[in-house]
Design a protein around this ligand. Structure first.
Ligand code: GCO
Length: 457
């Protein structure tokens, strides 16, 4: 720790994935249909007509994938459980084969010394629950808590880090406002209620976790913990004009504060509630909900990739803002490469909580190609990761309690509405043969993990 490249002992080096993005086998072994199955099977929703039907075929190739994780030296692997494998129709009848898949995966990870970090919900609601209103229906929050409680009983002690939700913002705003994600609703009036029910389901799951109090498999191991993963993207005003500053504050309020404040402060931010109320939008809050949502957590995970620059655009219904084009080089997603997003996101979280923090996702898509010699030289990704990991190290030096860093993502996978064309992986996936090829960045990350820090440049 004497230099500015080495990380504290025990720092967690991870990689993250999500069920629908990697597993494939969308209807195998009793799995039920999820809203992402339905959405991806709807013509016109996904670039190139891609689906996650096969994705990385991880459901059948998980042993090979765990071997790659072990070869990288990962200290933790963050993945999500597909609700529809465990409860195919979202009801109370579990599907043993689905549960067994995750049990074997968790066992294999633990036996390799790779700590499982399990996300319960990465956007793939059972379609059967969607048919009953999905996250607009308060009952879905109760079903989620039952699903969570079941997993805490079955696997609770084997999983050191439990995550209730990944980015409720995206499910609410992209699933129900822009319609870019499943279930594809374009109805901004649904957003706040969906967001509220997601947060309520989170709080109910935390209560179920405390009630189950899962014990670690070995007495020496630390007690399992529970937290949530939020999207925190730094927001910058395009100018110091009051209009741009106000517009920027609304975007920051919708993306970041709308979720941080109810979880860690005293409820939804007033300015944002007023902003939406003027548009006729209100969350469906009942007495007692905010106390459930605010139940104490053990950690907070943060996903951050870039920043946005906002200027006033009064005609924009939702935020009254428009984003300026990026101010510098971008990734293949068109996202500005802005390494300070790490420090800014961590400091934003720090305004709300002193809990241990994780960067639960950070990474970049580039147009990687397999060269004539069969290798993938993704130097731009190495540069991206180096700059962002260095920013994480600076945040620790500032005194921020950052415990770990997870790269998005282990291997190229199904990037939601962008399909299979946006490659974020350390490992290249040939989607025709399902061959995995380590990119330069995978070799580089293995070295970072081995030395617990960045190599000299
Ligand atoms: C998200 C999700 C991931 C994405 C990644 C790249 O942040 O949107 O958690 O599933 O694939 O962020 O866009």
């Amino acid at each position: 720790m004497s230099d500015n490249l080495t990380f504290p002992p025990g720092f967690i080096w991870g990689a993250a994935t999500a069920a629908y993005q990697i597993e494939g086998a969308w209807d195998t072994d009793g799995k039920g249909e999820s809203i992402w199955d339905r959405f991806a099977h709807t013509p016109g929703k996904i670039a190139g007509g891609d689906t996650g039907d096969m994705a990385c075929d991880h459901y059948h190739r998980w042993q090979e994938d765990v071997a790659h994780m072990a070869a990288l030296g990962l200290s933790s692997y963050r993945f999500s459980i597909a609700w529809t494998r465990v409860f195919p129709d979202g009801g109370a009848q579990p599907n043993q084969r689905g549960l067994d898949f995750y049990r074997r995966l968790v066992e294999a990870l633990n036996s390799r010394g790779i700590a499982p970090a399990v996300t319960l919900y990465h956007w793939d609601l059972p379609q059967a629950l969607q048919d009953r209103g999905g996250w607009l229906n308060r009952d879905t929050a109760l079903r989620f808590a039952e699903y969570a409680a079941f997993l805490f009983r079955q696997l609770g002690g084997e999983v050191p880090l439990w995550i209730t939700h990944n980015e409720p913002f995206m499910q609410a705003f992209y699933g129900h406002g822009t319609g870019e994600n499943a279930p594809g609703h374009r109805n901004p009036w649904e957003i706040l209620t969906v967001g509220h029910h997601l947060l309520l389901s989170h709080g109910l799951a935390v209560e179920a976790f405390r009630a189950a109090a899962p014990r670690p498999a070995s007495p020496a191991a630390p007690a399992p913990q529970i937290g949530i993963v939020l999207f925190i993207w730094p927001q910058h005003a395009a100018s110091d004009s009051p209009r741009d500053l106000a517009a920027n504050s609304v975007v920051d309020g919708s993306m970041n504060r709308l979720f941080l404040a109810p979880l860690f402060a005293d409820g939804y931010p007033d300015d944002i509630l007023r902003h939406f109320a003027r548009r006729g939008m209100r969350p469906a809050v009942r007495p007692g909900d905010m106390a459930i949502i605010g139940r104490p957590l053990d950690f907070l995970g943060i996903n951050t990739y870039t920043r946005l620059i906002n200027r006033a655009a009064p005609r924009d219904l939702l935020s009254g803002a428009r984003q300026l084009p990026p101010h510098g080089p971008t990734t293949a997603m068109g996202w500005e490469i802005y390494p300070d997003c790490i420090g800014e996101a961590l400091r934003k979280a720090r305004e709300y909580t002193t809990l241990p923090l994780f960067i639960a996702e950070n990474g970049a898509a580039f147009d990687d190609v397999v060269g004539p010699d069969g290798t993938v030289d993704d130097q731009p990704r190495v540069d991206y990761l180096r700059a962002h990991i260095a920013a994480a190290r600076r945040a620790i030096a500032e005194g921020i309690d950052l415990r770990g860093y997870y790269i998005w993502t282990l291997m190229d996978n199904f990037e939601w509405s962008k399909g299979l064309g946006k490659r974020f992986g350390l490992i290249y996936t040939d989607f025709t043969t399902q061959r995995r090829i380590w990119k330069r960045s995978a070799h580089w990350y293995r070295d970072v993990i081995a030395r617990n820090g960045l190599p000299q440049e």
